[in-house]
Design a binder for this molecule. Structure first.
Ligand code: KG4
Ligand code: ZN
Length: 417
């Protein structure tokens, strides 16, 4: 207990001196006045990740253990299985990241760890381990919001200044927000049901894409993207999603169910057996991908109109950042690129490796917080996980209140790229 109290006191005083050194609340990604090396731990879902990143955005060491293969075999993520795998791997992953960096724990300035949102059982493993490291090494602990980390990863690799518009699309989340500062977000809209990655995963599973050798080790989203390249996106029409809701919320359950019904019909019509795949599989993938991409584009367009109306971004510097696992989809990126071109925005997407869950983005978020002097735990004992936690201040009702009828970019233009 005494050691613990001493550690807490030491943490608090290190935080205080860090804050004094930094002085101001907000710095840009490229003011490198406060050197630091932060160790980041990610366990919010099914990947155990760790990295050490410095204030210049250099990845000094990293390690990632993906559970994808195991969960693909279980037909999805089973939380206790994910927890057990995190428990089994976390020590090794953290030690490997330190070894790759040729560093010891005492060489880092702080331990950053995802504590929200995510699967409770998974988050708990990372948080407990991160706290243990912080207490053992007497380093400050920085609790991290997983979605904030996705949103700010781009600033590690590109000069993107606040404020900017961000679309986060992954297996667990779908949201649009204005990032105003390291810890200041305005939430414009989020998914009312599934996330796009989840919809991709379920449709891919229903199509039994895993039974084809070239898709068997891929995530559902990546498999659909690859299969779609050989299909006709206009072959299976999907209805426009939420066209009567003039807001920035998303919904993917309707698209997923329509795809599911079509697959069942086709299986019956063609007498496809238990492990068989329907003949028009590529067309289904291409049409489903187009429907998802179009829905994302429409919501982004409305967000841009709302931003214009409320002057939320300076006209001279309008950037759309896209991140999360689904952001590695080239087809979706191309269509969002068209929206950006037409609406006079720059499009910024981190490299695919940094779009999916990893320890680097957590370490980088720790760097951002460290430099800004915010979010460093004063009392490590009071930090807890939060399975559900929105990003920033929810202004989605205000977006809906504006009832913005957009002058949509024509589908022909979106498709032409
Ligand atoms: O961000 P992430 O690694 O984990 C979550 O926080 O959810 O995202 C994983 C999701 C999965 O649903 C996967 O199917 C999807 O990202 N994904 C893709 C692609 N690669 C991964 N979706 C569409 N196209 C891709 N190329
Ligand atoms: Zn994620």
């Amino acid at each position: 207990m005494l050691t613990f109290l001493r550690s807490v006191r030491k943490c608090a005083s290190v935080c205080e001196s860090a804050r004094k050194k930094i002085g101001v609340k907000h710095r840009t990604a490229h003011s490198r006045t406060n050197q630091c090396k932060i160790l980041g731990i990610e366990t919010s879902c099914d990947d155990t990740g760790c990295a050490i990143v410095d204030d210049s955005g250099n990845i000094l060491g990293e390690a990632l253990n993906s559970q994808q293969e195991i969960h693909l075999n279980h037909g999805g993520i089973v939380p206790p299985v994910a927890r057990d795998l995190h428990l089994k791997n976390i020590e090794h992953v953290v030690q490997s990241a330190l070894k790759n960096a040729n560093m010891k724990l005492e060489d880092v300035d702080a331990i950053a760890t995802t504590v929200k949102p995510g699967l409770s059982l998974s988050l708990l493993v990372g948080m407990k381990y991160g706290k243990k490291l912080a207490l053992e090494s007497q380093k400050p602990f920085i609790p991290i919001h997983h979605m904030e980390a996705h949103a700010l990863t781009i600033r590690m690799v590109q000069k993107v200044e606040f404020p900017f518009l961000v679309l986060l699309i992954s297996g667990g989340h779908c949201l649009l927000a204005v990032a105003r500062n390291v810890d200041d977000f305005l939430l414009l809209g989020k998914s009312r049901d599934d996330a796009p990655g989840e919809a991709f995963d379920k449709v891919a599973r229903r199509l039994k894409l895993r039974n084809r050798p070239n898709f068997c080790n891929m995530s559902g989203g990546a498999a659909i993207e690859l299969a779609a390249q050989q299909g006709d996106p206009l072959s299976l029409p999907f209805p426009a999603v939420m066209s009567h809701h003039r807001d920035c919320d998303f919904s993917f359950a309707g698209l997923k169910n329509k795809a599911r019904r079509h697959i069942i019909d086709q299986e019956e019509n063609f007498g496809v057996g238990e492990d068989g795949i329907i003949p028009g599989v590529h067309d289904v993938c291409a049409s489903f991908l187009l429907a998802v991409a179009k829905h994302l584009c429409r919501r982004v367009e409305r967000a841009m109109e709302y931003i214009e109306l409320k002057c939320l971004l300076p006209p001279s510097n309008r950037v759309l950042v896209v991140s999360g696992g689904v952001a590695s989809n080239k087809y979706i990126a191309r269509m969002l690129g068209v929206v950006c071109r037409e609406m006079k925005y720059k499009l910024a997407i981190p490299p695919p490796k940094l779009c999916t869950d990893n320890g680097v983005m957590i370490a980088w978020n720790g760097v951002e917080k460290w430099r800004a002097g915010i979010g460093i735990a004063q009392n490590i004992d009071e930090v807890d996980i939060e399975a559900k936690c929105i990003l920033g201040k929810d202004i989605s009702l205000d977006v809906a209140k504006e009832d913005l009828k957009c002058d949509w970019i024509k589908e022909k233009i979106l498709l032409a790229g």
